[in-house]
Design a protein around this ligand. Structure first.
Ligand code: HSE
Length: 458
């Protein structure tokens, strides 16, 4: 018998009979797990493929905990997570428990047992992606990770499928909502980092242990994953240069504002073969990969991405600039990404008879990308100095920078702190190694009290 349903405003006609039901084993029933179950349990007015997906078993750490979500009586809940990844009835394991272990082992065991895997676990993929994808390819298994970066933003699928015909030059992202929330509030309230962090923790916008977010480690995991997809190679996480936002002060945000910038934690992956390395003599290796607070011109598309929102700007040839914007975390957006992966796998399972790696959905990279050391980076810098208020200080700074081929775009002396002058410089594009050498010399100068801050400029 045929039935009619509405989806995207279209009247769809389909067979009422469930031809294939794909059985899902859900590991984790926290925020994202609950959001995922809610979508799967309410397929009305979503894509008809959802009708063919069934939650078979749910694995949780603590089975006695009371939960808001009412699972149907036929869904078995267990704290034996291994029983889910080895269950012969399950087709797709959805790993949403987070952390490195037992998540990594469970993913590998699921693959070994012939289950396709969907995960939101950026930490596991950034560290063990090579091991996991090797195992998956050997078994003809899909491991999908849309929810690992950018929450509900479909950036993984965009890089894997929609942009594969482009030569990607840069991927620049605001990929951590916690730090973007903190920096946005510092900007709008003129407040310092510690004050905003404490309040963000009280309001639930920052974790009790915020280290992974504020030190840039979460963003480093994410840019390693994006770079691997954009540039078609494996990435060693240790190769990602990483600085967090703890050292960003209200004073720097204020100076940046006056100079026409906002400060954002950016994760940047760039193919240096597209940059003008000749002019500066830097960036001889293939990629530069970095996470650090950055002065972003107010006119740049990423400058207006505020609060917990994420955005990823991709630049490629021939596409030019493309920016994806949305919620980078939270139950609904992240669950949306998880279920899109489940649907992709289900669609393949419905149409494929031989389990060969789908060329656009699997990860088959074999080689490691060559990453340039940070000293070779070519970028602009912002630096703030506290100096004795004596004649010739600005001249000495200028000479020292000039000796290291660091060309200055602007020098401003604005404030006086007691008997110290505050001098802010912005450079032209320079080689990082040269800039840092100049800074080391400047630190030794008698008339310099302190190098108060150094930030890179987009
Ligand atoms: N801690 C992350 C953030 C959550 O703040 O963006 C999503 O990965």
């Amino acid at each position: 018998m045929n039935a009619r349903r509405s989806y995207n405003g279209c009247r769809l006609e389909f067979q009422r009979v469930k031809v294939v039901a794909f059985k899902i084993g859900l590991l984790g029933l926290g925020t994202v797990g609950t959001g995922t179950a809610e979508i799967l349990l309410s397929p009305e007015n979503r894509h008809p493929l959802l009708q063919e997906l069934e939650i078979h078993r749910v694995g949780v750490r603590d089975i006695s905990r009371s939960r808001s979500l009412q699972l149907p009586p036929n869904v078995l809940t267990t704290d034996d997570l291994e029983a889910i990844v080895t269950d012969p009835e399950i087709d797709i394991v959805v790993e949403l428990i987070g952390g490195l272990e037992p998540a990594r082992s469970l993913i590998l065991k699921a693959i070994a047992n012939g289950k396709h895997v969907v995960t939101a676990n950026k930490a596991v993929i950034a560290r063990y992606g090579s091991e996991i994808f090797d195992a998956a390819n050997e078994k003809g298994i899909y491991v999908m990770l849309e929810a690992a970066v950018g929450g509900g933003i479909p950036v993984i699928q965009t890089l894997k499928q929609s942009l594969g015909q482009n030569r990607i030059q840069t991927v620049t992202g605001i990929v951590n909502g916690t730090t973007n929330y903190i920096l946005t509030r510092m900007q709008t309230e003129g407040a310092d980092f510690d004050e905003v962090l404490e309040d963000a923790q009280k309001l639930g916008f920052a974790e009790a242990d915020p280290t992974a977010d504020v030190d840039g480690l979460d963003a480093a995991d994410k840019i390693a994953i994006l770079a691997s997809l954009a540039f078609g190679g494996l990435i060693k996480l240790d190769d990602v240069y990483c600085e967090g936002i703890k050292q960003v002060s209200a004073a720097d945000i204020d100076y940046a504002d006056k100079l026409g910038f906002v400060i954002k934690l950016l994760a940047i992956a760039r193919d240096n073969t597209f940059s003008n390395a000749d002019r500066t003599g830097g960036e001889s290796e293939q990629l530069s990969l970095r996470v650090h607070p950055t002065l972003v011109p107010k006119t740049h598309p990423l400058a207006s991405v505020n609060g917990v929102y994420n955005a990823i700007l991709v630049e490629g040839e021939p596409i030019g600039q493309l920016m994806l914007y949305g919620r980078g975390a939270g139950a609904g957006p992240t669950a949306s990404a998880v279920v899109s992966d489940i649907m992709n796998i289900a669609a393949i399972l419905k149409t494929e008879t031989i389990p060969i790696p789908h060329p656009l959905l699997s990860c088959t990279h074999q080689h490691y990308c060559k990453i340039a050391p940070i000293e070779e980076l070519v970028t602009r810098f912002y630096a703030r100095f506290l100096t004795r208020d004596t004649p010739g200080v600005i001249g000495m700074l200028g000479t020292c920078f000039g000796d290291r081929k660091v060309s200055l775009e602007s020098v401003v002396q604005t404030g006086i702190h007691g008997d110290l002058a505050e001098i802010v410089v912005v450079t032209h594009d320079v080689r990082e190694g040269n800039f840092q050498q100049a800074i080391e010399e400047i630190r030794q100068m008698e008339s310099i009290d302190k190098v108060a801050s150094i930030l890179r400029v987009l």
